[in-house]
Every structure is written in structure tokens, then in C-alpha cells.
Write a protein that binds this ligand. Structure first.
Ligand code: HEC
Length: 147
């Protein structure tokens, strides 16, 4: 009887180990290893950093989401993503001031007309985005990170 139970246990274990071993093996792809290493080894200062930049980081992320929601990429590109023929916004945060970007989003027509030099005399082609002040603030925060 004891022997029988033992044999049963062994075969059950073997049957279980099959899929388990397989699952374990397949989950250790180089990509997932990389991921788990990243997750498990935060740098000693990253906690402090996250605390300090937490609110700011959230605003930037919200701005990025709004940029997507308002489909700015229909006419603009960032790092090659978006409209290839449009106006690239790479590095816009170092080219323009916060105020410049804010005014562009508040009223593109008026802003482009007022800044003929910055826009090389081009006529305004950007439609009014109709964003509220808070949304503009967040999108500008995001754009300012593009350096
Ligand atoms: C229909 C196309 C179109 C859409 C949609 C659009 N833009 Fe524009 N945008 C332009 C064009 C064209 C310009 C260049 C100025 C001009 O000629 O009007 C411009 C200029 C800008 C500038 C100034 C660039 C510089 O060189 O200073 C910023 C910033 C900007 N757009 C951000 C946005 C954001 C953010 C959105 C989404 C809310 C958006 N745009 C949606 C066409 C568009």
C-alpha cells in the first residue's frame, strides 16, 4: 500500500512538474529577465527622486495624455512618431519659452500673426485646440520636457 501511494505521488509530481518546468523556462526570456532586474534593483536614490519629482512627473504624464487626446500628432511629430510631414516638436522645450508655448495653445491664429519672425512669416495653419487653461498648462509642462 505504502509503495503504491509513493508511486502515485511520484507520478503526480512528475505530471505537475512538466507544465511547471515549462512555464518557468518560458518566462525567463531575456526581455523578462531584464524587466525583473530593473524592477528589483532600484537605485538607492530613486525613492527620494520619485518623491521630489512625483507631482511634476504626474503633470508631465497628464500633459502627454492630453497631447494624445487632442491628436496633436496629426500635424506634429516627436522622435519620429506622428505626422512625418508636420512640424516636429523635438527640442521645443529648449527652443521656446513656457510663455511662447502657452500663447500658441491659447490662440494659434493670434500668436502666429504676432510672431512673424519666429514662424518665418508663415501663415497660421494650426487650428484652435480649444483647451482650457489647466489642460494648456499640463501640455506645456510636457512640451517643456522635450529638450
Ligand atoms: C491641423 C494641424 C495641427 C494640429 C492638429 C496641431 N498643430 Fe500645432 N502647429 C501646426 C502648424 C502648421 C504649426 C506651425 C505654425 C503655423 O504655421 O501655424 C504649429 C505650431 C505649433 C507649435 C509652435 C511650434 C514652434 O516652432 O514654435 C506648438 C508648440 C504646437 N503647434 C503644438 C500643438 C499642440 C500641443 C497640438 C495639440 C493640441 C497641436 N499643435 C495641434 C499644425 C497643427
Amino acid at each position: 500500500m505504502k509503495k503504491y501511494i509513493h508511486a502515485l505521488l511520484v507520478s503526480v509530481l512528475a505530471a505537475l512538474q512538466g507544465p511547471l518546468a515549462f512555464a518557468e523556462e518560458s518566462s525567463v526570456s531575456p526581455a523578462s529577465m531584464h524587466k525583473s532586474i530593473n524592477v528589483r534593483t532600484p537605485s538607492p536614490t530613486s525613492g527620494q527622486h520619485a518623491k521630489k519629482t512625483g507631482r511634476q512627473g504626474k503633470a508631465v504624464l497628464q500633459g502627454k495624455t492630453l497631447y494624445k487626446m487632442y491628436d496633436c500628432a496629426a500635424c506634429h511629430s516627436i522622435r519620429g512618431a506622428g505626422c512625418k510631414e508636420g512640424v516636429p516638436l523635438d527640442g521645443i522645450g529648449s527652443r521656446r519659452s513656457q510663455r511662447f508655448l502657452t500663447e500658441q495653445l491659447q490662440d494659434p491664429e493670434e500668436h502666429v500673426a504676432k510672431n512673424t519672425k519666429a514662424f518665418r512669416g508663415d501663415p497660421n495653419l494650426m487650428p484652435h485646440p480649444h483647451m482650457d487653461d489647466q489642460e494648456i498648462k499640463l501640455v506645456v509642462k510636457y512640451l517643456m520636457t522635450l529638450r
